[in-house]
Design a protein around this ligand. Structure first.
Ligand code: ADP
Ligand code: ZN
Length: 529
């Protein structure tokens, strides 16, 4: 598909340079365009920021008809429309709020009454709802004016995806309703299971799948224990910003708006120049903060994950995750916003088990939410494996032993590793759980650790369970390990006031109760277990 001898090749080349002002295609971009322009259904897997949009925007511009772009988020579409407007490409977005004139010009374009509008953006929800729009698309089809359907974030079709959206189900009718109109699915989520699920749903089984490499050789990955003490944690971030990342620009991600605000004000108190960014700020405020970051007035933005869509700063040198991400996909995307210029950037996760339990009630509504969250926990807990190889494995990318080139903490400074049978500790934790059950107490992580280490009120303490000789930190690591391996499980209690999670015995408890059952825990010798 990489050829440049198609009838449209010259047009692509000229459009790339003249309209998009881009010098050359990145890997797979040309193939994707050639494929769809030949009428082939295609799925393009490319990391965020890789340049997926160009793969439908450029073909749309050089074709006579209209390209319908289906995208899940209005904010994403607005970014794109803004970008297209800047380069003089006419496009529009269909939704309930679109003003009448723009709607009319889009409808006209679909009926061949004008050929100005090249791209029409719409959410799957609205497409499903608007019979009128679908009727016009039908008309465009009859007039052979449909260039293609570009489906952004196409993994949302799959139930296995990290953000399955039921409204995408509607798109399953496209292939039969508009035979011959190519579908281009775009995503940054690669697992084969998801891709084949998406193909089945869209009825494009066996279509061309193009995968761009995920590895980002210039990003250094690192995980640190997040100190339980807030002030200690704050000093740690302060030190990073003042020494290691002095004069460098970056992003600090937090989970909630409240945290983002608090951390911003704490860092400001320490004399650091940081801005705060989240979804409920007014658009003007957001863009002001963004531009202060772009110009370097702010060294860093403390942000919720709302900060990301459409970020275009090539010299972002560090990403600090103040809390782990909800999934490896999120982590990859968020950390991937650094080092776009190809120079070295650092991605640090500050990890604490307690944060997992803060996130789990937020992700439990999603069928695979917990599974995805535990993957990030695994990434943090692993004491020795190359971080980059963990990421590569997650995205089903080939990995060779020395590919990292010491660009992760584990490869740069390998820890002394030890293996310990923690079967007994597991059974002791079960005794604590059993006692809590008897007294009808919901055992949160803190309560469990307190009981185990005989701290606090420790009313759940079990006399027969000895206080461990190792640190609470080590104890938390054991609990984390037991959780991701099915020896412990989270139990959720949702009520009007809060969504809380408690620890109970996991599916492997039956086996683990047997005193001869070994649970081998590979860990950093420094934990002192
Ligand atoms: P994605 O949708 O994959 O996250 P985008 O389509 O938003 O990525 O592209 C990210 C950035 O890369 C945009 O600023 C875009 O203009 C730029 N870009 C795309 N293709 C190329 C290319 N071939 N060369 C240089 N920059 C490119
Ligand atoms: Zn490594």
């Amino acid at each position: 598909w990489e050829k440049s001898t198609f009838s449209w090749s010259k047009k692509l080349e000229n459009g790339l340079a003249d309209i998009f002002k881009i010098k050359k295609f990145r890997e797979h971009q040309l193939s994707a365009m050639n494929a769809v322009l030949s009428g082939e259904d295609t799925i393009l897997v490319m990391p965020t920021g890789g340049g997926k949009s160009l793969c439908y925007q450029l073909p749309a511009v050089i074709s006579k008809g209209v390209t319908v772009v289906i995208s899940p988020l209005i904010a994403l579409m607005e970014d794109q429309l803004y970008g297209l407007k800047k380069i003089g490409v006419k496009s529009g977005m269909m939704n309930a709020k679109t003003d009448k004139d723009i709607t009319k010009s889009m409808m006209d374009a679909l009926e061949g009454k004008n050929h100005d509008i090249k791209l029409i953006y719409i959410t799957p929800e609205y497409m499903k709802k608007s019979k009128r729009f679908m009727a016009k698309v039908q008309k465009a089809f009859n007039l052979k004016l449909l260039t293609m359907f570009a489906i952004d974030e196409v993994h949302c079709c799959s139930q296995w995806g990290h953000d399955f959206r039921p409204d995408y189900q509607f798109l399953s009718c496209l292939k039969s309703m508009f035979p011959g109109v190519p579908i281009l699915g775009l995503t940054a989520t690669a697992p084969a299971k998801i891709i084949s699920d998406v193909q089945k749903m869209l009825d494009i089984q066996g279509c061309l799948v193009l995968r761009a490499p995920f590895n980002r050789p210039n990003l250094f990955y690192e995980v640190r224990r997040k100190p339980a003490d807030k002030d200690v944690c704050l000093s740690m971030i302060q030190n990073l910003l003042k020494s290691r990342f002095a004069d460098k620009s970056g992003i600090i991600y937090t989970t909630t708006i409240k945290e983002a605000e608090q951390l911003t004000s704490d860092l400001r108190d320490k004399g650091l120049k940081v801005g705060c960014y989240h979804a409920i700020l007014e658009p003007e405020v957001r863009s002001k903060i963004y531009s202060r970051w772009i110009t370097g007035e702010y060294q860093a933005v403390v942000a919720t994950i709302a900060f990301g869509l459409g970020i275009d700063k090539s010299d972002c040198r560090f990403i600090i995750h103040h809390c782990i991400s909800k999934s490896m996909e999120n982590f990859y995307q968020e950390s991937g916003r650094s080092g776009r210029d190809g120079k070295k950037a650092v991605c640090i996760v500050l990890y604490r088990l307690a944060d997992v339990f803060r996130l789990s009630p937020m992700v439990i509504g999603d069928k695979v939410g917990l599974q995805n969250l535990y993957k990030t926990l695994e990434y943090c807990l692993d004491p020795q494996t190359c971080r980059r190889s963990l990421i590569a494995n997650h995205f089903e990318e080939k990995w060779n032993k020395n590919d990292c080139a010491e660009m992760c903490d584990h490869c740069r400074c390998p820890k002394k590793i030890k293996e310990t049978d923690i079967g007994n500790y597991c059974r002791q934790i079960y005794q604590i759980i059993d006692k809590a059950l008897k007294t009808d107490t919901n055992l949160t992580l803190i309560k469990l650790i307190d009981a185990w280490f005989s701290k606090g009120t420790a009313s759940h303490r079990v006399a027969a369970v000895p206080v461990p000789k190792f640190s609470r930190e080590a104890g938390e690591n054991i609990v984390g390990f037991l959780l991701i391996n099915g020896y412990l499980k989270e139990d959720f209690v949702f009520n009007a006031y809060s969504n809380l999670t408690y620890l109970i015995k996991g599916p492997k408890a039956g086996r683990a109760m047997d005193k001869s059952h070994k649970i081998m825990f590979v860990h950093d010798e420094g934990l002192g277990i």
